[in-house]
Design a protein around this ligand. Structure first.
Ligand code: NAG
Ligand code: NAG
Ligand code: NAG
Ligand code: NAG
Ligand code: NAG
Length: 401
């Protein structure tokens, strides 16, 4: 069996004696991290054991599975699992928990982009009932001093990824980042961090096409889902968000960049109390490219603030010094239908488009957003927003033809 041979070789190299290989009983190319020395007592660092197990899996040819067994807590330092691998599919069955280092010192560097990184592995299936706990508390407390905080789980150029079932909690920065993940499906995820935790996005997606995000519950301190540069044919279906900053597209066009986002379809999503934005598209002044063919259909709001926003004057510099420019990321063909519920901000529809080109073909229909406070009436604001509408509350008479 090829995997066994691989492990024998790895063991000859890494375990020192060939006899130690006889401990491993392998069937169906299942590689258990505990067979590579992972302990899972919540305290011991298991990074080297995971790397050895990964190497065995990555060299196996027949759809191997790496298992992270239930009932254990595997502490990992920042670690990378790289491909390309031999098999066209690799399964990682995560039933145990993975936890971050237990103090800021143990993280090593303070300039980290990511904690767990998987790159160039196609056909990766990650599933199970386990939990990935980034132990972000140490980082959040020092957020003023450590403006950059690592993403918990990053996928770079992993095509056709399937990530499902896991719970992701308390990342130092964003929980999951997918870059170049064409054909991926992320489903049945539970992503949870305190509403006050800084920049703890749920799922960040960029440079990806044909991606589905389905059936997930996301409660974080920043965007629940953020779709950014050069992404297309993205469907987000049946997702609950809140607390969090909503489902965002952008920011696009920062520092004059060319960003393209199109065919994003958001369907059957809900925003719970503490959602400080709902459906948001944000672009910087001076950018290039476009965001177009985006639809939102079937949205419920329970006391969300700023449910519908297009902001082409986005500026998160401190202090906010962003000049108005003539170029802008072009926004067109954005449809909002069947959006119902309550908002805690009276400005519940805000469509602020660039002064130079504006937004075109915005379509709003079957919308009823009332105030969560009695006696307050919700309203709309538009700037250079062109399009058409059916019945909406609040009225969007401010739309230009
Ligand atoms: C998500 O995970 C958190 C943390 O483990 C838990 O408190 C919460 O109940 C879970 N939510 C769902 C919808 O499973
Ligand atoms: C994505 O959503 C669009 C619009 O609802 C739909 O036409 C398309 O079939 C969906 N794609 C997938 C793969 O489900
Ligand atoms: C996005 O794609 C366009 C067109 O291919 C390219 O010009 C641009 O540099 C890309 N943007 C980024 C940020 O990679
Ligand atoms: C940019 O233009 C908008 C719309 O005309 C205006 O409200 C805003 O004050 C301008 N910002 C700056 C920095 O000039
Ligand atoms: C809008 O929603 C409010 C609150 O649920 C409800 O009382 C009202 O009848 C709805 N209006 C329409 C036109 O559906």
């Amino acid at each position: 069996m090829e995997l066994l041979a691989t492990i024998l070789i790895l063991c000859l190299v890494s375990c020192g004696t060939a006899t130690s290989a006889t401990r491993y009983s392998l069937s169906n190319d299942i590689v258990d991290v505990t067979k590579f020395g992972a302990i899972g007592d919540g305290k011991t660092d298991n990074s080297q054991a995971f790397i050895k197990a990964w190497k065995a899996v990555c060299l196996a040819t027949t759809n191997p599975t790496l298992t992270i067994p239930k009932g254990k807590n595997f502490q990992l330092k920042p670690v990378e699992f790289n491909g390309p691998c031999k098999s066209s599919t690799i399964t990682i069955q995560v039933d145990g928990n993975i936890v971050g280092p237990s103090s800021l010192r143990e993280w090593g560097s303070r300039q980290l982009d990511t904690w767990l990184k998987l790159s160039h592995v196609n056909g990766l299936v990650i599933k199970g009932s386990g939990q990935i706990d980034g132990r972000g508390e140490f980082w959040w407390r020092a957020a003023n001093k450590l403006p950059r905080r690592p993403v918990a789980l990053t996928f770079v150029d992993c095509k056709n990824l399937r990530l499902s079932g896991l719970t992701h909690i308390n990342s130092p920065g964003a929980h999951i980042s997918v870059v170049g993940g064409d054909g991926s499906v992320l489903s049945n995820l539970n992503i949870t961090a305190p509403g006050s935790s800084p920049n703890t996005d749920g799922i960040d997606l960029s440079h990806s096409t044909n991606v589905q995000i389905l059936g997930s519950n996301i409660a974080t301190g920043d965007d629940c889902i953020c779709i950014s540069t050069n992404s297309s044919f993205i469907n987000i279906t049946n997702v609950a968000c809140g607390p969090g900053h909503g489902i965002s597209i952008g920011s696009l066009g920062k520092d004059g960049s060319t960003d393209i986002v199109e065919e994003v379809h958001v369907k059957d999503v809900s925003f719970k109390p503490g959602a400080t934005s709902g459906l948001r598209i944000k672009t910087w002044q001076g950018g290039h490219g476009y965001a177009r063919k985006i639809s939102y259909d079937g949205v419920t709001l329970e006391g969300a603030s700023n449910p519908i926003i297009i902001d082409q004057f986005y500026c998160d510099r401190h202090p906010p010094v962003c000049k108005n420019e003539t170029s802008a990321v072009q926004i067109s063909d954005i449809t909002y239908t069947n959006v119902h519920g309550t908002s805690i901000s009276d400005d519940s529809i805000s469509l602020k488009c660039s002064q130079s080109i504006g937004c075109t073909n915005l379509v709003l229909n079957d919308i009823n957003i009332t105030s969560a406070s009695r006696g307050i009436v919700t309203k709309s604001t538009c700037f250079n927003a062109h399009g058409k509408h059916g019945p909406t509350i609040p009225s969007v008479d401010c739309l230009l033809p």
